[in-house]
Write a protein that binds this ligand. Sequence first.
Ligand code: HAM
Length: 419
Amino acid sequence: MSRYKVPRGTFDILPADSYKWQFVIDAFREVAREFNYKEIITPIFEKSDLFERSVGELTDIVEKEMYKFEDKKGRILALRPEGTAPVVRSFIENGLNLKPNSSKLYYLGPMFRYDRPQKGRYRQFYQFGIENIGSNDSYNDAEVIGFANMFLSKLGLKNFELQINSIGCKNCTKDYDNALKEYFAPFKNDLCSDCNKRLEKNPKRVLDCKVKTCKVIAGKAPSMLDYLDEDCTTNFNKVQQYLTAMGIPFKVNPKIVRGLDYYSQTAFEFIDTNLGAQNTLIGGGRYDTLAEQLGGKNMPGVGFAGGFERLLLSMGEEKLSLGKQQIPKAYLVTLGDEARIAGIKLLMELRKNGISSEFDPDKTSMNAQMKAANKTGAKFALILGEDELESDKVILKNLENGEQKDVNISDIIQTIKDK
Ligand code: HAM
């Protein structure tokens, strides 16, 4: 038994699975290229204040789930629980609004939330996400949603549903907040203590509470859609019009509020209709005041993020192909010390020429090496013994059909490349 185990809510990605991760990452990068999004890589920790100000002090993510710590100089830092705030922070700090090809960004990497672990919910999880910063045109909302839709479709997923909503802007929120306060007032004693705090400061957060009784009460709360002002209504209609033009099916779900405070207007989620409780594959929306909140200029934005773990679960449920594990093309078998030296030289030449090759120095007999060669799944065994050395040849054995022939050492790379 190993003395150490991975921390609760985290897991290792082992060789039997890592190629599947690479497959979905490659597919994501491919869609990013098609939509002309460029990669941005930000640190894994930031000042904790960045998330408090943007994601919101009263959200579960900040209030309950953030890995917050003090460094040796007393700085209060946090492991990033999400990627949008860091990207907007970097956007402002580096003046990306003034640089070409810098307003459409994507990112990949681990995020951290101290939540109760369960299927599809982890304390370290890997997000893919995009941010489109600098424009408030509704086309961008549709483009971001279109990106997510194309990514899921590219992976072959079918059992997902796009749900959209508009959560309005500051202007319409005032009336809505009042309506919510009025609606929840008679239930104050039934709501949890967090929700009572939320009701005072940000009543929309009550709609997002995970406590059962709060959820039931929130189920009949007034709908934001009835409180949208003219501008927000027009934008919401345009997003729907553009999605229809793109041929992307969607459902309007007025219950989507999202668990982060920086959103305004468009909010959306891609739901896996077969997955259990943790069924949101991708979530996102518009955040028009976030840059200003973080000290930047007025730079509206829209984006999404999703978790790779849930994607892989969904792909498993739908029995979709997840790529192939890499196997070596050639396996080197040597007999005797001199042949080993010549073989090692050849091995490095093979690798230099792009031919994936394997050699196991711990196995010396012909039998053991051939067995090992077959186990790796390599297509060829290259056999070098004293006789071959003398004639500058190597035996090329095709492990799939058993055929073998002598090939000049100087021709072996080309011969394998041609196969
Ligand atoms: P979020 O809804 O908090 O949004 O997370 C987005 C996605 O990350 C979720 O739909 C889920 O797939 C995955 N996820 C979240 N928490 C966990 C967890 N504990 N374990 C496994 N997967 C998880 C955001 O993070 C926003 N930054 C999205 C965004 C980008 N909005 C605009 N731009």
